[in-house]
Design a binder for this molecule. Structure first.
Ligand SMILES: CC(C)(COP(=O)(O)OP(=O)(O)OC[C@H]1O[C@@H](n2cnc3c(N)ncnc32)[C@H](O)[C@@H]1OP(=O)(O)O)[C@@H](O)C(=O)NCCC(=O)NCCS
Length: 185
């Protein structure tokens, strides 16, 4: 019902809610292999019940102001999303994340969608810092962090156990004054 345009290619950022679980699952089925290269989202969204449960957990996070999730639609098809996995208004911090199905990659959709939600978090909600976690092997995700003007802060060594193997995680972040300075330039 409500949509934010992501540019002149018709892509839109919209709420993605539990009633859209079927559409979400169909989208995840198209992108399962691609999305699951470094993150466990496709394993969490395995069938209709788990898709609904995942969206419900984010509806509950939104209600308690501890997280958010939004879908990206391209020509009317759900192709990905962006989220605040955590959101701590009192402390002024949040962790952003994202995913796309492969047909939607390479068009700047995630960078544009992240700009919308990070700008909302900083300018409307007064957050001071937004974090970004990515496997050291996830070069497209690291490139997004860089395009968003984030700074690499360090590496968590072998902290993420996924599909039986451990990987290192890079932590990137942007602070509110940096975000505003980048916008102004
Ligand atoms: C991480 C992920 C979302 C990045 O997708 P992406 O398409 O590379 O990111 P964007 O949508 O921001 O697009 C950027 C690309 O589009 C290009 N582009 C085209 N128009 C653009 C625009 N207007 N603005 C920015 N980039 C644009 C960029 O040059 C870049 O291409 P390049 O990598 O060949 O240089 C994707 O790889 C993915 O879903 N991976 C699986 C899930 C995952 O790992 N999520 C992250 C967890 S940390």
């Amino acid at each position: 019902m409500f949509a934010i345009s992501l540019g002149d290619d018709g892509a839109e950022l919209r709420p993605l809610e539990p009633w859209q679980a079927e559409e979400f699952l169909t989208h995840m089925d198209r992108g399962r292999e691609f999305v699951g290269q470094h993150i466990g989202l496709p394993d969490v969204v395995a069938d209709l019940d788990s898709a609904r449960a995942y969206l419900t957990s984010y509806a509950e996070k939104a209600a308690s102001d501890t997280g958010r999730l939004y879908g990206i639609w391209s020509e009317g098809t759900l192709v990905g999303g962006v989220l605040f996995r955590t959101f701590d208004a009192a402390n002024g911090t949040a962790e952003a994340g994202c995913w796309l199905e492969p047909s939607a990659a390479g068009k700047g959709l995630i960078t544009r969608a992240c700009r919308v939600i990070i700008d909302w978090a900083i300018e409307e909600r007064g957050l001071h810092r937004v974090d970004w976690y990515a496997s050291t092997k996830n070069l497209p995700s690291i490139a997004v962090a860089r395009r968003l003007g984030m700074t690499k802060e360090g590496v968590l060594r072998e902290n993420y156990l996924y599909r039986g193997s451990r990987s290192d995680t890079e932590i990137w972040s942007v602070l509110a004054p940096e975000w505003r300075a980048a916008k102004a330039s």
